[in-house]
Design a protein around this ligand. Structure first.
Ligand SMILES: NC(=O)c1ccc[n+]([C@@H]2O[C@H](COP(=O)([O-])OP(=O)(O)OC[C@H]3O[C@@H](n4cnc5c(N)ncnc54)[C@H](O)[C@@H]3O)[C@@H](O)[C@H]2O)c1
Length: 249
């Protein structure tokens, strides 16, 4: 029997490099998983009776509210939320960053975390039970030059999650932050400067920055996410957990 049997868990960014592996892991542990993404194509290869796939646009409050209402209508409860959606920033000096770029990064990486957490908490308060994992980034503690807007958005996720953890603790709703180190997904290349001749993946540079000597794999992330959703983690809240091979030290 899996450790998440019969738990209802929503995952944003479910079609992404980390999100899809998280979805697969949670299904293996027996959860009913609602996979949410603006692009759900990659989820079509998962054939599992406990998977529901819903399209969501995290830039639109109405889309977020609609999806969480559908979840409520179908299940009448929500045990877990994993926020794995996000967008990267191509490294560039602040003098070249347009406000529109800043706003888009903040809207998807930070405001959508507020909105999805708000909807999840509405449901979780009814059962006085819930576990939320918001994915941040090691860049909050170890910023790289040129990623100022992305780092700010992830810093907001950390501060918000800690504040919400205190606020929702009386309702037995746990909120934790998971900061991945540089991870082997398509997003990694998007952090490189997009200038001609500089669009190199730099995988070696990223791997060398990790004391354990390799990039973080989606499996590393899903293992910790899964644990935080289980009853084995019932006393863990407000924690900032680095899954980064020592990069943050
Ligand atoms: N890959 C890394 O090196 C790395 C490092 C640290 C933190 N992170 C963070 O980990 C999380 C997962 O990253 P990943 O590597 O899986 O990236 P990814 O690009 O593979 O996946 C991100 C997913 O978010 C979805 N998304 C983007 N905008 C959306 C919107 N408006 N509405 C709904 N969905 C939307 C995308 O469709 C995509 O499936 C992100 O929050 C990212 O910032 C990644």
């Amino acid at each position: 029997m899996g450790q998440l049997e019969e738990k209802i868990i929503a995952v944003t960014g479910a079609g992404g490099g980390m999100g899809k592996v998280v979805v697969e892991h949670l299904l293996e542990e027996g959860a009913v998983v609602i996979g949410l993404d603006i692009n759900t194509d990659s989820l079509s290869s998962i054939d599992h009776h406990n998977l529901r796939v819903k399209q969501i646009n995290l830039l639109e409050e109405s889309s977020i509210k609609e999806v969480f209402e559908e979840i409520d209508d179908e299940f009448n409860r929500l045990d877990g939320l994993v926020n794995a959606a996000g967008i990267a920033q191509a490294a560039k000096p602040i003098t070249e960053v347009e406000p529109s770029e800043w706003h888009k990064i903040m809207d998807i990486n930070a405001t959508a975390v507020f909105l999805t957490n708000r909807e999840a908490v509405r449901h979780m308060k009814k059962t006085e039970n819930g576990s939320i994992i918001n994915i941040g980034s090691v860049s909050v503690t170890r910023p790289r030059p040129g990623l100022q807007s992305y780092v700010a958005s992830k810093g907001a996720v950390e501060a918000f999650s800690k504040a919400l953890a205190l606020e929702t603790a009386p309702f037995n709703i746990r909120v934790n932050v998971l900061h991945p180190g540089p991870a082997d997904t398509q997003m990694l290349s998007q952090f490189s400067s997009q200038k001609e001749g500089e669009v190199e993946l730099n995988k070696d540079i990223f791997s060398e920055s990790v004391p354990l000597g390799r990039l973080i794999k989606p499996n590393d992330i899903s293992a910790t996410v899964s644990h935080l959703l289980t009853d084995g983690a019932q006393i863990i809240t407000g924690a900032v957990i680095h899954v980064d091979g020592g990069r943050s030290v």
